[in-house]
Design a protein around this ligand. Structure first.
Ligand code: GLC
Ligand code: CA
Length: 553
């Protein structure tokens, strides 16, 4: 059966934090199999699984040591095959997460390079330092510190845009590209029908020069051969199977490049993740600061991507979060009094947009940021590095901790909250303590509770996902922003084949009178987060805190 990704929704699983079936404190693939009925109930079409290949886990699997085998901590090849088959029985397909910008320094390619084999040295970027012996360029690693690591025996440095144990692959070497194709075909033969490509727009590196105006990213982001390499990959692998859906993670990209990456007829990828809308609480590109969310900027960026990608027949992945982001209800909504209303409001905005929505595990039950109070509770390499870097810059330990609490990727990585029991049902209560602490609010925020409550966030997400299947206007319609300058309202209109959809949300936790609201007479409210329906009267809509409503005609 051919499915249409425009009508589909993807559910992202971070297996390490999803469900632990053997009591070792780490989530595993059998845990995903055990929860397939839960995922099916939500109504999604694809599961994106973050990497579970053999890895030293310095970056939780984004440091791959062997692309053809399963890390025993997650399970076995038999588990993967069973997962694909069991998901298929439920009409759900698997999307694997392929990390091809870099490999773990434990990977045999890198090991052979370090042993001096020139064939494999050319799989990586080994470069001489400057004449004074310092690193070849001043580029910074995305996890902090220099992007170059010195290797004494070669008197050379190798490039790592991420952790020092994640060595960047040289895609200009055709042999690297051939190896990547081989890996993809291996997984396609196993029945995998989707791929997410990790930081894929960083694979084509340009000149190795000092960046006097930034951290180096302009020399390797959306690089000179990127479109050529993606077209080649498409043609040699997934492009031969029309059922395969692909999404590229595009780091610091430009919209012009995304028209190409995700164009309807450009033969690169099905869609893209871009992140500009998730930097509205940064200072420029600087994430490790405390800056309130700039709502005007958020709307501006989201509408720009919506309308321009539509104009260019290109397709967005739409989302608020993933395993690298804080929890949206904590970031953009309210964890307290209006927890439920704000979580539903945020879901409404994303699920009615033009694009394929992604739900990250726990988002559908309104999971919040961690409640960690001590740095020893954090696990993420990036967070731990920056905790130190911030103090080296002169911040006090408590100020550094505050910033880490707000921005840490661990906010999205605490165990999935299945029930109110000791470890939230993530691991058996008599098992080993989970690898990362469970949020104490699991007593209140958990899946068991929400499955049995028809008014829960879970059931609201279920309805949103079903609505995209029911109403063609959501999947196929054009988009027109509304209330662009309004300080509180996030609203837009969709239109397709004579049908219209109006989506209106109060982004804040206070009553608000929206003047200039559209006339919805003749429309039917198809979903909303308050049971008592109200509508605009004479161009004014009295919105309740975090109110969201969707009208259809
Ligand atoms: C992507 C992943 C992130 C990882 C990084 C390096 O951004 O989502 O988790 O650390 O790439 O692979
Ligand atoms: Ca386990």
């Amino acid at each position: 059966m051919k499915r249409d990704f425009r009508k589909s929704t993807v559910y992202q699983i971070y297996p390490k934090s999803f469900c632990d079936t053997n009591g070792d404190g780490l989530g595993d693939l059998r845990g995903v199999i055990n929860k397939l009925d839960y995922i099916k109930e939500l109504g999604v079409d694809y599961i994106w699984l973050t990497p579970f290949f053999v890895s030293p886990q310095n970056d939780n699997g984004y440091d791959v040591e062997d692309y053809y085998n399963i890390d025993p901590r997650y399970g076995t090849m038999a588990d993967v095959e069973e997962l694909i088959a069991e998901a298929d029985k439920r009409g759900i397909r698997l999307m694997f997460d392929m990390v091809f910008n870099h490999v773990s320094t434990n990977h045999e390619w890198f090991q052979k390079a370090m042993a001096g084999d020139p064939y494999y040295k050319d799989f990586f970027f080994f470069r001489k330092g400057k004449t004074d012996g310092s690193a070849p360029t001043n580029w910074e690693s995305k996890f902090g510190g220099s992007a170059w690591e010195y290797v004494e025996k070669f008197d050379e440095y190798y490039l790592h845009l991420f952790d020092v144990t994640q060595a960047d692959l040289n895609w200009d070497n055709e042999n690297v590209r051939k190896e990547v194709q081989k890996i993809l075909r291996f997984w396609m033969d196993k029945g995998v029908k989707g791929f997410r490509f990790d930081v894929i727009n960083l694979i084509s590196k340009e000149a190795f020069e000092d960046d006097t105006a930034g951290d180096g990213r302009r020399f390797y982001t959306d690089g000179p051969n990127i479109h050529k390499y993606l077209k080649e990959l498409n043609e040699a692998t997934f492009g031969t199977d029309a059922e395969i859906v692909t999404v590229g993670e595009m780091s610091s990209t430009s919209i012009e490049n995304c028209y190409q990456y995700a164009g309807r007829d450009t033969h690169e990828l099905s869609m893209v993740f871009s992140f500009h809308h998730l930097k509205v609480d940064f200072m420029g590109n600087e994430k490790w600061v405390l800056v309130p969310v700039d709502f005007g900027k958020l709307k501006h960026i989201m509408f720009e991507w919506q309308t321009k990608m539509a104009e260019h027949n290109a397709w967005n992945a739409v989302f608020w979060c993933n395993h690298d982001q804080p929890r949206p209800v904590s970031r953009f909504g309210d964890e307290g009094k209006y927890w439920k209303e704000s979580a539903k409001m945020l879901g409404t905005i994303v699920h009615c947009l033009r694009g394929t929505p992604y739900v990250y595990q726990g988002e559908e039950i309104g999971m919040t940021n961690t409640d960690f109070t001590d740095i020893s509770q954090f696990r993420d390499v990036e967070s731990l590095n920056y905790y130190q870097i911030l103090q080296d810059k002169g911040l006090s330990a408590s100020d550094a901790l505050r910033i880490v609490q707000i921005h840490s990727r661990d906010n999205g990585r605490t165990p999935m909250q299945w029930d109110a029991s000791e470890y939230a049902g993530f691991t058996a209560a008599d098992g080993t303590e989970p690898w990362i602490g469970v949020n104490s609010n699991h007593i209140r925020v958990n899946a068991a509770e929400q499955l049995s409550d028809p008014d829960s966030i879970f059931h609201y997400y279920r309805k949103l996902i079903a609505l995209r299947k029911e109403l063609d206007v959501i999947a196929y319609g054009g988009i027109t922003p509304l209330a662009e300058k309004d300080p509180c309202v996030f609203a837009y209109e969709r239109e397709y084949d004579g049908h219209k959809l109006i989506v209106a949300c109060n982004f804040y936790g206070k009553d608000y009178e929206w003047k200039g609201a559209p006339d919805v007479s003749g429309y039917k409210r198809v979903i909303g987060n308050y049971s008592a329906e109200t509508t605009p009267e004479n161009g004014v809509w009295k919105m309740r805190p975090y109110e969201a409503a969707v009208w259809y005609r």
